[in-house]
Design a protein around this ligand. Structure first.
Ligand SMILES: [Zn+2]
Length: 74
């Protein structure tokens, strides 16, 4: 299943979601503010090569070290 990245136009949070290709352009609520004003960013698929898992959702680029106030990841 491809990994898609979305950007919230309201709060600016980027988040990644694993979802079927047919749902790639379907609306998805922001994980931070639950707003519906989100846009799909470029697909990143499994391009990450720094060793961290990209299969778990709920984390953003800045919270690889632990909790993150920008996306609510703990
Ligand atoms: Zn948001």
């Amino acid at each position: 299943m491809p990994l898609y990245e979305y950007v919230c136009q309201d709060c600016g949070v980027r988040f990644e979601v694993l979802r079927p290709m047919r749902d790639a352009d379907a609306d998805i609520p922001c994980k931070n503010c639950l707003g519906k004003n989100t846009k799909r960013a470029l697909s990143v698929f499994y391009a990450s090569s720094d060793g961290r898992s990209v299969t778990s959702s709920g984390s953003c680029d800045s919270c690889s070290g632990g909790s993150c106030s920008s996306c609510g990841h703990h």
